[in-house]
Structure formats: structure tokens, C-alpha cells
Design a protein around this ligand. Structure first.
Ligand code: PXP
Length: 231
């Protein structure tokens, strides 16, 4: 299984002060040097973290897998066709949300998704749909011609009881089996932390995990003592 690290929140810290640092391009290089298989970025319409220009600067610096998470907008489609990521992951986007709160309702927009999937495929770019672990969404991903689905692990990661977490884990495990039986390749991610990642990583058939906030948040604590001592 591959680990693709989402570095959006390095840019969140930079944008908080309008400084040129911390520089996401440097973060991408460090993440790859540390052994990650890929870099993932998600430019949002409000530019709160990674921005289109960051995507253009990071893309040529990556040696591993480069994943562009994006909402289906004309500007994002043009950006994808320009930078040619190894994978586009299509996500829903509501301007006010703190993060991507639910999966894409692919079942309600099969036509629009299929059109984008086909335009990206013509440029040699495979598409993944970020969906909840539900059969209707898997069927829609097949109908839209997507190569991959990424199962949203947020409900699993945020579950507050052991039984709720076990039920969410089982739903993801079942959905991975169904998606693969339908010919889709499967990824997973969102909201994962050190302690919630392992059970997901044990699910047979998941190819890539996309993890951001938990790793960047941990990096602050892992590095804080050294940063203070050096100051
Ligand atoms: N996968 C997708 C499709 C996402 O949109 C995000 C957040 O940008 C992630 C994974 C990573 O989520 P987190 O930052 O909570 O690890």
C-alpha cells in the first residue's frame, strides 16, 4: 500500500502570515525523502491552503505519485490538463466547510462526472471519485468510467465509540470488495491519524492512503522541541 501525503496544511501555516514560508515545495521534497510514495494537494476555491501556483511549482519537483484533489470546475479542469497529475481525485466542495465533509454524490451527477473523466482520460490522466462506502456510489463510479474510487474514512476516523468505529470499518471493507469486484481500483483517506490508520491499512485491496492533517499536525509536535532549542 502506498502512502500519499497531503501537504495542504503547510500552505495553511504560510498563508496565515502571508510569508513565503513554510514553503510547500520544500515540504514536498522532504516528504518524498522521508519515503512517502506520493504528494497530494487540494487547491480550494477560496485559496485557503494550496493555491494553483503552488500546484504548478510542486508538480515538476515530485518524483513519486502526484495527486490533484479537486472539485469539478472549469478552472480546476484546466489546471489538471496543464500540470497532468498522475491521478485526479474528484471531491465535492462547499465553500463554508472546514474540510471535505462527505463523499461526492456521484450517483446524482453521473453525466457531468463521466464528461470530466473522459476529458481527463483523453489527456492520459486517470480519475478517482472520493465517495462514501455505499453501493449506489460505487455503481455510479463504474457508470462514470472512473478508474479509481477513494473511500471517505472520515466517519470511521471520527467515530466516538468502538462499536460505531467497527461498523464504519466494516462498511469500508465491504465497499472495497464490491468496488474491486466491479473493476474499480481502490484508495482511502480523510481524517486518519496514527492510531486509526492501521486497521484501514490492513484492508486487502486498498492501493493508496491519502493522509494530510494528521501527519502535518504531528510534525509540529515532533519538531517543536528541536525548533525551540535551536531558537
Ligand atoms: N482524501 C481526500 C479526497 C481529501 O479531500 C482530503 C483532504 O483534502 C484527504 C484525503 C486528506 O484528509 P486529511 O487531511 O484529513 O488527512
Amino acid at each position: 500500500m502506498e502512502l500519499c501525503v497531503n501537504i495542504d496544511h503547510v500552505a495553511t501555516l504560510r498563508n496565515a502570515r502571508g510569508t513565503p514560508y513554510p514553503e510547500p515545495v520544500v515540504a514536498a521534497a522532504m516528504v518524498e525523502l522521508a519515503g512517502a510514495h506520493g504528494i497530494t494537494v487540494h487547491p480550494r476555491e477560496d485559496g485557503r491552503h494550496i493555491r494553483p501556483d503552488d500546484v504548478r511549482r510542486i508538480r515538476p519537483m515530485t518524483a513519486g505519485r502526484f495527486t490533484l484533489e479537486m472539485a469539478n470546475t472549469p478552472a480546476n479542469r484546466a489546471l489538471a490538463l496543464e500540470v497532468k497529475p498522475d491521478l485526479v481525485t474528484l471531491v465535492p466542495e462547499k465553500r463554508q466547510e472546514l474540510t471535505t465533509e462527505g463523499g461526492l454524490d456521484a450517483a446524482r451527477q453521473v453525466g457531468a462526472v463521466r464528461e470530466l473523466v473522459s476529458a481527463l482520460a483523453d489527456a492520459g490522466i486517470p480519475t478517482s471519485l472520493f465517495i462514501d462506502p455505499q453501493r449506489a456510489q460505487i455503481e455510479a463510479a463504474v457508470a462514470a468510467g472512473a478508474a479509481f474510487v477513494e473511500f471517505h474514512t472520515g466517519r470511521y476516523a471520527d467515530a466516538t465509540t468502538e462499536s460505531a468505529r467497527a461498523a464504519e470499518l466494516e462498511a469500508i471493507r465491504r465497499a472495497v470488495g464490491e468496488a474491486r469486484a466491479a473493476g474499480l481500483r481502490t484508495n482511502a483517506g480523510h481524517g486518519l491519524h496514527l492510531h486509526t490508520t492501521r486497521p484501514i491499512a490492513r484492508i486487502e485491496g486498498i492501493e493508496q492512503l491519502h493522509i494530510g492533517h494528521g501527519i502535518i499536525a504531528r510534525a509540529v509536535f515532533v519538531g517543536l522541541e528541536r525548533a525551540v532549542r535551536k531558537s
